[in-house]
Design a protein around this ligand. Structure first.
Ligand code: HEM
Length: 148
């Protein structure tokens, strides 16, 4: 299915190549992403015991989940599972904005043809998935605060 977002598709291909991002180039990208994301002390604390290599592989896959959500328009079982994982960890809903910002800045670093329209195209592609994860975490935060 087409994304109908050629600027995103082109940028994605410039960054990751054509093999859906499972080669070494993607490793460099996700390591750079993590360096940015972990600059926030409260977020770094949550990853204190995380094996980065494992996390990089999982993040690659999850980026595709977010894009799939954009294409298909409804969450699949894996996105639901991811939301539940983050629910258990008790992520602050605002942290998803930090995640998104780190991703956009990293994409900018790795795409030599980056411009404002490309940035908008990335936001457009990822916003639904981020909104979904954020909403799930907000709902569970509300449930927790309502518990007697
Ligand atoms: C939409 C954005 C995000 C995506 C796609 C994502 C993706 C993932 C994935 C795939 C895992 C591995 C879990 C598994 O597969 O069982 C994970 C774990 C985790 N995520 Fe996220 N994440 C996102 C946002 C965040 C945010 C904002 C935080 C806030 C700090 C966060 C904190 C964590 C932590 C602490 C873990 C557990 C790490 C471990 O296994 O030690 N994530 N995330």
């Amino acid at each position: 299915m087409s994304l109908a977002n050629p600027r995103f598709e082109d940028s994605y291909a410039r960054i990751f190549g054509s093999d859906i991002g499972m080669d070494g180039r993607a490793d460099a990208f996700f390591n750079a992403f993590y360096d940015r994301f972990l600059q926030d002390d409260s977020i770094a604390a949550m990853f204190a015991n995380t094996d980065r290599e494992r996390q990089v592989v999982m993040l690659k896959k999850s980026l595709f989940q977010l894009v799939t959500y954009y294409v298909v328009g409804e969450p699949n079982a894996e996105l639901d599972r991811l939301a539940a994982v983050h629910d258990r960890i008790g992520i602050d809903p605002n942290a998803f904005e930090v995640w998104m910002q780190a991703l956009i800045e990293t994409a900018q670093e790795f795409d030599s043809q980056w411009d404002e329209a490309t940035q908008l195209a990335w936001c457009w592609a990822l916003a639904p998935g981020i909104a979904y994860m954020r909403l799930m975490s907000q709902q569970s935060q509300t449930r927790r605060s309502e518990q007697p």
